[in-house]
Structure formats: C-alpha cells, structure tokens
Write a protein that binds this ligand. Structure first.
Ligand code: MSP
Length: 512
C-alpha cells in the first residue's frame, strides 16, 4: 500500500475576500491531511488561488487596477487565511506563477499535438461568475434576465472564435473510467448526477476565449487565452513540477488521492478534468469528493447574495479551534449545512467547554490534589477500565476506513461518544471515594489520562492548537503524535511529571 497521500482544496478566485465557504473547504481538507500525517503517511496538501479569466479581469477593472496588482493583493489575503485557519498545507500555488504557466502550456501543446483541440466558433451562453459555458436548456429567464438554472448566476451571449476540446469523443472512455473506478466520485448522490450528465451526451468544450486578454495565451495563437478552467485544473499537477514527470513530487503524489471540492464545481473536476488527462495520456486523480454548501438561512453563503459570515470576525471572537470543530461537527459532511453564531456558541459550551475541557480540568485537578501532578502507577485494569479503553483498539481499523471513505460524520460521532463515556467513567468510578484504596484510585486516574490522551489524538486533526496544549501535559510534541498509539492502553509512563494547563475553552455567557 502506498504511504503517500495527496489532497487538494479548490484554488480560490481572489475576486473578493475569503468567506466561510472557502474556509470550510480548506478546514476539511486540513482535517484529512493532518489525520493521514499522524497515521504515518507522507502528505502533500495543496491550496492556492485561481487568478486568470474574465471574472478576475472585471473585478480588477472595477477597482481600476491592473489584474496582477489586484491579484497580488487578494491572493495575499487567501495566503494569510491559511495561517489564520491553521492549515498544514505543503504548498500554496498561484496560477500567475511561471511554474504553473509552463505546466498549462505543456498540457495544451500535448492536447493540440494529439489533435484533441481544434479551432472553430463558439456561439452560446457564458457565465462570468461561474466561468462556465451553458447550453440553451441550462439557462432560464428570471426577472427579465437570463440566468443559469444550475447556479442562478447571470449569463451573457458570447459569439467568438474559439478552440474546442473534443470532449464528445471522451464520453464512452469516461463512462468506462467511472465504472472501473466506482469510488472516483463521492458521495454517491453526486456520482449519479455526473453519470446522468455524461450519459445524456457530451458536446465539445470551448477551451479558449478571445474577447479579453487576462490569461495564459494559447501558444500557437496569441489572440486567444486558454479557458480559465483548463488553466486552473492544471494547478494540481503544476505544484508537483509537471511537466517533469520524473520529478520526485510527481512520481510520489500523482495521481492525487483526493480533490476535495464544493458540489458546484463537480462537473469541472469529475468530467472535464479526467477527460483532459485521459486525452493527454495522464492518469486521472483517484477521487473527487463534492461537499455541500454552507448555508445562511436557506441560501448558499456567497458574496453576491450578501449573506456572508466572515470567518475572520468569527475567529477573532471565538478562536480558530471552535470554528474548525463547529464546521466539522455541525455540517453533516457531504450535505449542505446551516450555520449560525447561536449554534456555534452552543457547540462551544456543550462539546468543547463542558465535555472535553471539563474532562481535562477535572482529571488534572484531581491528580494535583492526590498525586502531585504525576502519572500514577496503575494496578491491574478491571473490566470497567478495559471497556472504555479497548473500544479504541477494536475500532482502530474502522476509524481509518471512515477517513479513507471521507465518512467524517462517523469519525466525529465516535469521538463524541468517547467524550461522554470518559466523563461517565470518571463519575461512576468516583476516585474521590477511593482514598482508602490507593491502588484503585491511581488506576482510575491512569485510565482517565489514557482516555484523555487517546481522545486528544483523535481530536488533533480537528482542533490542532488545543490538542497540542493537552498533549503537552504528557510531553507529546506534534511530530510524535501517532494515531496508531490509540490502541495502546499503557502508553503513559508512571511517575512522569504532567503539566497543568489553563482553561482550554471559555464558556460563552448568554446575555439574552
Ligand atoms: N476557482 C474555482 C475553483 C478552481 S479549482 C481548480 C472556484 N473558486 S471559488 O472561490 O468560487 O470557490 C472555491 C470553493 O469554495 C468551491 O469548492 C466552492 O464550492 C466553495 N464554496 C464557495 N461558497 C461556498 C459555500 N457557501 N459553502 C461551501 N463551499 C462553497 O470555484
């Protein structure tokens, strides 16, 4: 089994400041990246910005800026956000970088040489906001405007000379590819959407634009810029030093383990991207996972709808770990999820402050009073101890499977159950009533510390900053975290000193 894991986020349009939807894609990708790292994999985690195309050109014009200066400014806010969100990304790619342009030009040349691309004329609808071509049956009239039925965004009529990619030719090979790789598109519901789109017939795809200039020029015809999606999708291989297929990174990490994306950009990733790659004789990625949307009220959160919850404001008020925990727990992965400040506050109070924070504080203060901040010697475990400890071992494989199938919800439910059962164990065992049986008192403490250690390791991919504070109690540094050690019931060495920690999560007072 390959021990390499390559995960990507979509590269974001720096047309405006990042919002919660962007933060969500990145946080979830970071969760998977961190998990695989502590499972012992070599992880390459890529994110970045998608800077060409008409959408960006228009956004720059509106600010009366040249597009590159505009992108430099906004791309920086996305790069800064990787720090604010505490992402563990290996690289941050910008499509305006030379390494990327080189890669796109190479891919284009291969496609042209293989006669997968031809010059013709496009006459049809285009949405600048989606950077997507739509057919007549994909648009409708709404309030006197033509809009896309799929995204609701405005479309405009475009008639211009254009290069086309022979997508129609790839319909059958794509269908074969999907059936040979049944988990290529997840979740299942999205796969069905894609299959019916492909089965309904693929038309050749316009892959260049002529009426504006902000993009990578078609090498053989400088009047055209390469369609921004062909440009953008290539980022996933340019970061691995493509076209150098002998580069270490490329050999190790391509094909990607998973492209994590929002459901609105599934067609580009699950249809166009594998078709381009198959046509260029490059292996497609192993998986495309389309997550749901973050909703505010009942609508997708987006700049054009003006219903944005600003991630920076939330982080400044509540901290990054609460936001990460909340998004991962409350938005059922794969589905849309409604978020609100009120629900975030409840989640901080009940799960983080009461359940997890309290468990840590109780066990440490009991230890301080009774064992002088040291891991106590344990006696033999009794059945009640083994019941709470062994469940990590008996579920170890399941947990890894959850992650490998992006079943975040089951992973999360397991943690929440463990938190409840650890608190219950401490209550039921009543160590404070065992002063006359020191062996038992010490064993209860030992088990409780082991439970905290195991749960905290599982929480690390979700709330890395807080988990590291807790693991410091036991002297475990970040590079020593080993997911497999959750199967071990006597990892902690008796008599080692433990460190006290401050309150992990403050309860939010409700002033209403
Ligand atoms: N630039 C393209 C992606 C190119 S990838 C080769 C793009 N950029 S985007 O900035 O518009 O969106 C990036 C990601 O953010 C998409 O996965 C999109 O689904 C996600 N989100 C944008 N708004 C969202 C929500 N309200 N909720 C969840 N994610 C959403 O598309």
């Amino acid at each position: 089994m390959s021990k390499n894991y390559y995960i990507t986020t979509p590269i974001y349009y720096p047309s405006a400041k990042p919002h919660m939807g962007h933060a969500y894609s990145s946080i979830v990708a970071d969760f998977f990246a961190r998990f695989k790292k502590i499972q012992g994999f070599n992880v390459f985690f890529l994110t970045g910005t998608d800077e060409h195309g008409q959408k960006i050109q228009r956004a720059a014009e509106k600010k009366q800026m040249d597009p590159l200066t505009f992108c430099n400014e906004l791309s920086k806010t996305f790069k800064d956000l990787t720090k604010t969100l505490n992402l563990s990304n290996t690289d941050f790619i910008r499509t305006t970088e030379n390494r990327h342009k080189k890669s796109v030009i190479n891919l284009w040349n291969i496609l042209e040489k293989k006669k997968e691309i031809y010059l013709s004329k496009y006459a049809g609808w285009y949405s600048v906001s989606d950077e997507a071509f739509y057919s007549e049956d994909e648009v409708e009239n709404k309030d006197g405007l033509k809009v896309s039925k799929l995204s609701g965004s405005n479309v405009e009529w475009v008639e211009e000379e254009s290069y086309f990619f022979k997508l129609s030719k790839w319909q059958e090979p794509l269908l074969n590819f999907y059936s040979e790789n049944p988990n290529f598109i997840l979740p299942e519901s999205r796969k069905n959407e894609v299959l019916s789109f492909v089965k309904s017939g693929l038309k050749d795809l316009s892959v260049s634009r002529k009426s504006f200039s902000w993009g990578i020029k078609v090498p053989s015809n400088k009047d055209h810029v390469i369609y921004v999606w062909l440009d953008a999708l290539t980022n996933y291989i340019s970061a691995l030093n493509y076209p150098n297929e002998n580069a270490d990174l490329y050999k190790k990490f391509w094909p990607a383990t998973i492209h994590l994306i929002g459901k609105d950009i599934l067609r580009f990733h699950a249809v166009y991207w594998p078709a381009f790659l198959l046509a260029a004789n490059i292996k497609p990625p192993k998986r495309v996972y389309g997550h749901g949307w973050i909703l505010s009220g009942e609508e997708k959160m987006s700049k054009s709808k003006g219903n944005i919850l600003d991630p920076i404001e939330i982080i400044n008020n509540y901290g990054i770990d609460p936001l990460r925990y909340y998004l991962i727990k409350e938005v059922s992965f794969g589905n849309d999820g409604n978020i609100s400040k009120e629900k975030l506050e409840n989640c901080i109070n009940s799960d983080l402050a009461n359940n997890y924070g309290n468990l840590c504080q109780r066990v440490i203060s009991f230890n301080e009073k009774n064992s002088n901040l040291k891991i106590p010697e344990k006696d033999k475990f009794i059945e009640n101890d083994l019941k709470v400890l062994d469940i990590f071992k008996s579920n170890h494989k399941n947990l890894i499977n959850y992650i490998d199938n992006q079943d975040l919800n089951s992973y999360m439910n397991f943690i929440i159950d463990r938190l409840f059962s650890a608190n219950k164990y401490f209550n039921d065992q009543e160590p404070w009533n065992k002063k006359s049986d020191l062996k038992r008192l010490n064993t209860i403490q030992y088990v409780s510390f082991e439970l905290i250690r195991k749960i905290t390791i599982m929480l690390y991919p979700i709330i890395p900053e807080s988990s590291l504070k807790v693991l410091k109690i036991f002297g475990i540094d970040e590079d020593k975290i080993d997911f497999n050690s959750i199967t071990n019931n006597d990892y902690l060495k008796p008599n080692t000193k433990i460190k006290k920690i401050n309150i992990l999560f403050k309860k939010i007072e409700n002033n209403d």
